[in-house]
Design a protein around this ligand. Sequence first.
Ligand code: NAD
Ligand code: ZN
Length: 365
Amino acid sequence: TTVTVALGARAYPIHIGPGLIGRAGSLIREALPRARRAFVISDDTVAPLYLEALGASLEAAGFAFARHIVPAGEASKSIARLEALLEDMLGFGMERSTPVIALGGGVVGDLAGFAAAVALRGVPFVQIPTTLLAQVDSSVGGKTAVNSRHGKNLIGAFHQPCLVLADTGALDTLPRRELLAGYAETAKYGLIGDAAFWDWLEAHGPALLAGDAGLRADAIAVSCRAKAAVVAADERESGQRALLNLGHTFGHALEAETGYGDALLHGEAVAIGMVMALDLSRRLGVCPGQDVERVRGHFEAVGLPTRPDPARAWDIDRLIGHMAKDKKVDDGRVTFVLAKGIGGAYLNRDVPADAVRETLAASLA
Ligand code: NAD
Ligand code: ZN
């Protein structure tokens, strides 16, 4: 399957299916006929699994390539790693036609994408996402970033890839917990604007998670189509792209408290955050209670968390403090993504503080 991100002269295809890593060389060659070299960035979990196959296909397509491997994990999205990476890239003799290829999850994609945005003021960028989260979300749309001590993703750039290769075969080695975290972001597209897709996920989600490759490819394609449509309409997030942040205002607050680590994965935080966002919508009288329960029920059925870990001491004021520092805050106001039910997300800048507090209190009780 191929989905196109319609951005005029910068339009690009997302190929979805098995075996794409082995065909990457020829697909990148088609996209970049004149490139002589390629620079591959991966992490130390993904590289041993997939870099050899990628390298062989690059060489077969006539690319001389270099590799740069970072430690797996969020800590690699740092200015220090970025600097080492950029110096390595420039030492390799990058030319303006030399593609940077990200082979890995969202961490590698965000770091490599930012390096591609700033090296020589911008070189071609190819995403080969290997987590479900990266295949349905982070590899599409051109947001790239590293983290600051002042917060996540605060140093970045918009830099669209010229090609995305979502090899569904790579998901076979992904730990179940990471797969579920990506599933939460997939489900987000149903909740935002596609009630029929939500119904489909309720029916097929368990089989998809158990390993059905066809169902996985279908869900990735639906997700990429949804994200591509939003990105094409609002590339720089001046309006509707913010809908993609459903569940993220609450989710980021939980992540900020847990330190962006193994205690709570991003997708897990977003699952909890989406339940909270629907519950908040219900409290404001716009979302039917049964829709909140459907979402909670489905996430519980597949094994996603739906409330913050009760074993932990959460502080509502601190959580609210994190929300007020979110990037989506403008003029001191938080833009919330609410939902008039499954498939009916909309933006609201006037959510009463009491309702937010009650939502948090209920979830933590
Ligand atoms: P990740 O990149 O850390 O990958 C998760 C773990 O899975 C890592 O340990 C990785 O080594 C391992 N892994 C990756 N592919 C594997 C495979 N095929 N088999 C086995 N193990 C594999 O995390 P992620 O969830 O992919 O991405 C999270 C990051 O994405 C965050 O930094 C977040 O800010 C960013 N993000 C960016 C955007 C965007 O639009 N740019 C959107 C959403 C999230
Ligand atoms: Zn997310």
